[in-house]
Each structure stands twice: as C-alpha cells, then as structure tokens.
Design a binder for this molecule. Structure first.
Ligand code: GSH
Length: 225
C-alpha cells in the first residue's frame, strides 16, 4: 500500500486518535500523521470534519472519515488483516456493546473524578467505581474482552490505561488496584504489553504536564466542582 494514500489528522495527546494509531499499527497500514492545533484548527480539519471539527479524521484515498469508532469499523472493513471485530454476529454485537458502555458510562464518570476536588471527589469515585466494577465482572477469566484476542472493545477502552495512570498521579489517589480489580488490572497489563500498543502511548511526562494544566484550568473556570 502506498503510504500517501492514508492520512491521519490528530493530536499527539488525544485518546481518540490513539485508537486509530493502535488499529493502523495492528493492521500494518502505513500513514502520514498530520498534527493539528486544536486552538487554531487547520482548513483541512474544518474541510474534512465540518460537522464536529474534531480529531481524529482518517483520510483514505482522499475520502475523509470522522469519529474514532466509525473509523475503526471502516478500517476493519477495508483492511482485512488482523480483524478488530469478531466474525460471529453475537460477538460483534458484544464488542460494540462494551465499546458503547465505555463511551457513554465509563468515560464521563472517570472524567468527573478528574475534574472534581475536595468532597466531590469521593462522590465521583463512587460512580466511576460502579462502572469499573462492571468491567471487572465482564473481564473475569478473560485476557481481553473477546477472550484471547485483542479487538474492538479493547481498542475502544484502551484510554482507561492512560487516563487512570494520569489521574492517579495528578490527584494522588488509587483508582484501580490488583485487590479490588484483579481482572481489570490484568487486562490493563495485557493491553499495554500487546505488541505495538505501549510504543504508541504518548510520553508520560508530557501528558502529566498537559493534564495538570488542563485540570487547573477546568477547576478555575468551574469553581469547586
Ligand atoms: N467522539 C469523537 C471525540 C473526538 C474528540 O473529542 N476529539 C477532541 C480531541 S481529544 C477534539 O478534537 N476536540 C476539539 C474540539 O472539541 O473542538 C471520536 O470518538 O472521535
């Protein structure tokens, strides 16, 4: 495949962009990465994603696709090697179900912990841990969401690994430990150790600096949350 056929518009730190980088790596697809400045969005981003104006956008042979989960499905249908979604329709539905659960329940509840402070942190942690417990139950006895093979739900939920490390470091708390979440902790390790995944994580120190600043700014604009 000629490298110039595939472009990825993204930012170095976006968890949504990371999903696409992971999938491109798994599929062995070469691509050009175009770093966006989200404070000053490029005409290319506005042209390719006029609806949401967000990254990631994958451009394949000049055709843009936006929304990371839509992109993952497009990629799986386009590049057949190392399938991301299982073949069985029921298993496919389950992969999408957990991905959706991550997006609609886990992500907002973990983000709420991140932008909380004082006694509100406790409350936010209760709601986040309810969701994490559900993931813990689902992962019991399994290496990945679909069993032995890393796929759609793992890539969708992979942001948890990065986000939890940052949150725990910045807020000086423990959210996921081996005792309370043995299966989820094991999944985090299996995911990080999967070939090609860890190498794509953004540099930790740079992420910590970025997220510390972001949290301060969000707390300052929202008052005590
Ligand atoms: N649902 C979208 C979310 C993408 C998203 O929120 N991207 C952020 C970067 S992490 C963005 O581009 N933000 C720019 C903005 O909100 O203006 C996806 O899955 O692709």
């Amino acid at each position: 495949m000629a490298k110039a056929e595939v472009k990825l518009l993204g930012t170095w730190s976006s968890p949504f962009v990371l999903r696409i980088k992971w999938a491109l790596k798994m599929k062995g697809v070469e691509y050009d990465f175009i770093e966006e400045d989200l404070q000053n969005k490029s005409p290319l981003l506005l042209k390719y994603n006029p609806v949401h104006k967000k990254v990631p956008v994958l451009v394949h042979e000049g055709k843009p696709i936006a929304e990371s989960l839509v992109i993952l499905e497009y990629m799986d249908e386009t590049w057949k090697e190392n399938p991301i979604l299982p073949e069985d329709p029921y298993q496919r539905a389950m992969a999408r179900f957990w991905s959706k659960f991550g997006e609609e329940k886990c992500l907002p509840s973990i983000w709420r912990v991140f932008i909380s402070q004082g006694e509100n942190t406790e409350e936010a942690l209760v709601s986040a841990s309810e969701n994490l417990k559900i993931l813990e139950g689902e992962l019991k006895g399994k290496k990945f969401f679909n069993g032995e093979t890393l796929g759609f739900a793992d890539i969708s939920l992979g942001w948890i690994v990065n986000m939890v490390i940052l949150l725990e470091e910045i807020m000086e708390l423990k959210m996921i430990d081996d005792q309370r979440y043995p299966s989820l902790s094991a999944w985090m390790k299996n995911f990080s150790n999967f070939p090609g995944i860890r190498d794509s994580f953004p540099p930790q120190e740079r992420m910590l600096t970025k997220y510390r600043i972001l949290r301060e700014a969000l707390l300052a604009t929202r008052g005590t949350n």
